[in-house]
Design a protein around this ligand. Structure first.
Ligand code: SAM
Ligand code: SF4
Length: 328
């Protein structure tokens, strides 16, 4: 059977879905949400695991090849690690991955390893315990370190660290973070700080990707990865290889970059709302269709939602959201 392919009105092939499993989080990262947190939705307004599986069957039948689970913090949701294992049983050939703050990972890495994820992204913005506590407002870096060690120890493949770069906070730590990640066999990635509702974004604390690249120079003799050789680059990161060691670093120029022409993704919030673009406020509500198991209507709504994908990012304020709601 020829696999189904969905393209949007600009011919972009849509093959990647990011599904948020919860809008709750045990941290309050300054770049992600306000100090008081974000009002969580009631449980009945959140997709149940069965809803996620039902929706994923439709997404896969439409041509989605990779599903990433995110949040909020996915591992604060009860049963998440077991869910990943059953999700793998349901979709043996799918690329399945997760983004996590790793704070609870040490307790779940053994179960998660059974889900044969194709990759895992772990947030790591600093190596300094005091800075980490200030940045997450609630976190203890030792939890994250043991989470990362457990994931590595259990053989979870293709682990990447995500560092949001904020001037005056961590920009001089980038070479150390790169070395730390590479030593563990992880791929470090640096992300431009995005302005989102309720976070601390200011022009003064934004570090553009060209400056991030300069800041990374003490950690390697970086050469851009050859075009077409983007095996680690499914997504918006640009990768550079150290000519001396062959190790990589990624930079995600979420603000200064132009990745819209290659965008292949959809986002589904924990409440079952689909967003075709991170920067566009419009959402397509799928929850009632999922709960009513109305397959034809759900497919139609997804295709209509894909039709709302803009050609390029709109910088208007109405697109801004809480990252914890949309899942990064
Ligand atoms: N709680 C998980 C975590 O922190 O990895 C998953 C959800 S988090 C919203 C997903 C990703 O979004 C993380 O890598 C985080 O660093 C990134 N992120 C959050 N706010 C951001 C911002 N304002 N700019 C850039 N990246 C951001
Ligand atoms: Fe939570 Fe992740 Fe947002 Fe930090 S970035 S507050 S860990 S959802």
């Amino acid at each position: 059977m020829i696999p189904m392919v969905i393209t949007d009105s600009r011919g972009r092939v849509i093959k990647y879905a990011r599904i948020s499993v919860t809008d709750r989080c045990n941290y309050r990262c300054v770049y992600c949400m306000p100090e008081e947190g974000v009002k969580s939705r009631a449980r009945f307004e959140t997709m149940r695991y069965g809803d996620i599986i039902w929706l994923s069957r439709i997404l896969v039948s439409l041509g989605i090849r990779h599903i990433r689970f995110t949040g909020g913090e996915p591992l604060v949701r009860e049963g998440m690690a077991d869910f990943l294992v059953s999700f793998r049983e349901e979709f043996p050939a799918l690329d399945i991955s997760m983004t996590t703050n790793a704070s609870l990972l040490s307790g779940f890495a053994g179960t998660i390893a059974k889900a044969r994820l194709s990759g895992m992204n772990v947030s790591l913005d600093t190596l300094d315990g005091d800075k980490f506590a200030a940045m997450t407002r609630l976190g203890d870096i030792s939890d994250v370190m043991s989470g990362i060690a457990s994931a590595v120890g259990r053989g979870i493949p293709n682990i990447k660290t995500n560092t949001v770069v904020m001037r005056g906070f961590n920009e001089h730590e980038l070479p150390d973070i790169v070395k730390f990640s590479q030593k563990l066999g992880l791929i470090p990635r640096m992300i431009e700080f995005m302005p989102l509702s309720g976070n601390l974004w200011r022009r003064e604390n934004f570090v553009p990707s060209r400056e991030i690249f300069e800041l990374l120079k003490p950690a390697g003799d970086w050469k851009p990865e050859a075009r077409g050789r983007r095996e680690t680059a499914r997504g918006p990161a640009k990768y550079y290889t150290d000519a001396r060691t062959g190790l990589k670093v990624g930079i995600i120029d979420a603000i200064s970059g132009r990745f819209c022409p290659e965008c292949d993704r959809l986002r589904i919030t924990a409440a079952g709302n689909m967003r075709a673009c991170l920067f566009k406020g419009e959402e397509t509500s799928l929850l009632d269709l999922i709960r009513g198991m109305d397959e034809a209507a759900a497919r139609g709504a997804i295709l209509t939602g894909i039709g709302l994908k803009p050609e390029k990012r709109e910088d208007s304020a109405d697109g801004l959201c809480h990252m914890s709601d949309i899942g990064g």
